[in-house]
Design a protein around this ligand. Structure first.
Ligand SMILES: [Fe+2]
Ligand SMILES: [Fe+2]
Length: 259
């Protein structure tokens, strides 16, 4: 089974790229399932029901979120109706939305969840390691395959999560930095791992945003709007080729697809 996992979808350019190219890419590469982080899908910050539905309509099967989960007003009232969207599992339990997803593909049940890291991250969340263990324990009884995401700033926290879950899930991938890491590999107990998938958005940018505006903020420190950039759009992530019997990957292929 081949699962395509995509880094943060950034704004209209990211969504438009998926709409134009994802179905063809899936066919060409024999993809059975697509998981994508959608935390920057609406105007670069957060997501709405409308944009989530657009992404699902482009061929994504499950959308995860991150620290920008509540950036769009009203999304807290929309998320419960979105069956294939989950918010970080270690947010306070009072937060709306699903903290995990179970989807069916090719007769297999795939459990998906994300946790937020705590180093250099804003939201007040409970321990991502304890939360991940608890969610995995639940999902083991209900699913054939588990895909875990750590949405975090530091590679150290992400690698630690990879080792924490090694042997207990099929894949641990990181998101949030919008820049892919070159460390896609299989860990010693069989779990696939990549520290950060990158993004689905405009690469001629600073993490998906307008270069001049972002550069200006660093140089003079003055506040200014940083709109989503528009050029050199593509999708970054990985293809995990899973052995369905063991649940562990044969291979992890890092992708950076442009047309
Ligand atoms: Fe992001
Ligand atoms: Fe993020």
């Amino acid at each position: 089974m081949k699962i395509l996992i995509l880094g943060d979808i950034v704004g209209r350019p990211g969504r438009a790229f998926l709409k134009a190219h994802l179905s063809n890419y899936k066919l060409k590469n024999g993809i059975d399932c697509v998981i994508a982080n959608g935390e920057n899908a609406a105007g670069g910050a957060g997501i709405t029901a409308k944009t989530a539905k657009e992404i699902l309509g482009s061929g994504v099967d499950a959308i995860t979120l991150g620290d920008h989960v509540w950036d769009q007003m009203n999304f807290n009232r929309e998320i419960d109706d979105l069956q294939y969207v989950c918010r970080p599992a270690n947010l306070p339990v009072s937060n709306p939305g699903r903290d995990r997803l179970i989807i069916e593909k090719g007769g297999l049940k795939i459990g998906i969840f994300t946790v937020l890291g705590r180093t250099f991250m804003g939201p007040k969340v409970s321990c991502p390691f304890q939360t991940a263990s608890k969610v995995v324990q639940d999902l083991v009884a209900q699913t054939d395959i588990i895909i875990a995401e750590i949405h975090a700033e530091t590679t150290s926290e992400k690698e630690a999560m990879g080792w924490h879950l090694d042997g207990n899930v099929s894949m641990v991938f990181g998101t949030h930095t919008h820049v892919p890491t070159a460390d896609g590999r299989i860990l010693k107990e069989g779990t696939g791992y990549q520290s950060d998938l990158g993004m689905t958005g405009p690469r001629e940018s600073v993490l998906g945003r307008d270069i001049d505006a972002c550069l200006g903020r660093f140089i003079d420190g003055m506040p200014r709007k940083c709109p989503v950039a528009t050029e050199d759009v593509g999708m970054q992530g990985c293809i995990v080729d899973l052995d369905v019997k063991s649940g562990f990957p044969h291979s992890i292929k890092i992708i950076d697809h442009r047309v």
